[in-house]
Design a protein around this ligand. Structure first.
Ligand SMILES: [Zn+2]
Ligand SMILES: [Zn+2]
Length: 315
């Protein structure tokens, strides 16, 4: 099969079909999205070698569960052991033996076919188009926040970052509190949100501190310092940025102000699929460009351009 392969260099190549492990399904990939994590992988993140790609939609071609055969699916990316301490404590996405689709120990979806445990698959409602379904995984990560913390309708919420994840977070948190503002550096990106009726501000605009919740999704380690300036005493900071960098922070400040800092990663697929089906979250304006898998190297280069948002691959 054809795949985009990273082995310290990106190339399109013919590779063997995935070998199915026990309980795994074979999925023919229809479309996949390029995420910042894929770009980080290209720069050596996680030391991953193989086929990247973890945001996809596809058709099940082989599964032991006959009900899944021929169904259109999206898939959760953490493949877990069910027997380690964290799995048994109902925290499977922290499984100490996990592989992660296209990120750690498992080939991903920038290929004609991908293998995933059947338990990871979710059926996609017919009303969700392929290029929209690709957003299920990153949107689930945005919905993780309201699984972790309570956001009240009257809470003042600031989302730092107007990139792909920041925009999904701003949309999901607006469902919880209308008093949500997304802060970014790019007026054209913020414009995509304001067209949806979501409040925005430029990074350089004066912002009133004292927010109940600040979500850091800037993709830069320094975002934490900014979040600490904006959150109220006993408020909550949610960290969404996964970046290899470090940043000096004023260490006493979160202690003195008794700030709750919550790390946040992968989230629930069900509310994400519901939001896409109901149209309560709108992802299509974020799609900048689409490429054939054959042009995957070019697509990855394009996805790094600050002038684009989501780049899709079509198989
Ligand atoms: Zn991702
Ligand atoms: Zn486990």
């Amino acid at each position: 099969m054809k795949a985009l392969v990273f082995d310290e260099k990106l190339r399109i190549d013919d590779v063997p079909m995935p070998v199915l492990g026990p309980g795994e399904a074979l999925v023919k990939v229809l479309a996949a999205g390029i995420c910042n994590t894929d770009i980080e992988i290209k720069h050596g993140y996680m030391g991953f070698l193989g086929v990247p790609g973890h945001e996809f939609v596809g058709i099940v071609e082989h599964a032991s569960n006959e009900f899944l055969m021929g169904k259109r699916v999206v898939g959760e990316i953490n493949c877990v052991c069910h027997v380690c301490d964290w799995c048994r404590m109902e925290m499977p996405h922290h499984c100490s033996n996990r592989t992660v689709l296209g990120i750690a120990g498992r080939n991903g979806a920038f290929a004609e076919y991908v293998a995933l445990p059947e338990e990871n698959l979710h059926l996609v409602p017919g009303s969700i188009r392929d290029d929209v379904a690709v957003f299920t995984e990153p949107l689930a990560a945005a919905f993780r926040i309201t699984e972790q913390i309570l956001v009240e309708p009257e809470d003042r919420v600031i989302v730092l970052g107007d990139g792909k994840l920041g925009q999904l977070v701003a949309q999901t948190l607006t469902l919880a509190s209308k008093n949500t503002v997304c802060v970014g550096r790019h007026s054209w990106k913020l414009e995509l949100l304001s067209r949806l009726g979501i409040a925005t501000a430029l990074d350089t605009d004066p912002l009133e501190p004292g927010a109940d919740v600040v979500v850091e999704a800037t993709g830069r380690a320094e975002g934490l310092t900014r979040a600490l300036e904006l959150v109220r005493p006993e408020g909550t900071i949610v960290l969404k940025t996964t970046v290899a960098g470090t940043t000096p922070v004023h260490f006493a400040q979160p202690v003195v102000n008794e700030i709750r800092i919550v790390g946040s990663r992968c989230g629930p697929f069900r509310p994400a699929l519901e939001a896409l089906a109901m149209g309560t979250v709108e992802v299509r304006p974020m799609i900048s460009e689409s490429y054939d898998l054959a042009d995957g190297v070019q697509a990855m280069a394009r996805a790094e351009d600050p002038g684009v948002m989501k780049v899709l691959l079509h198989m």
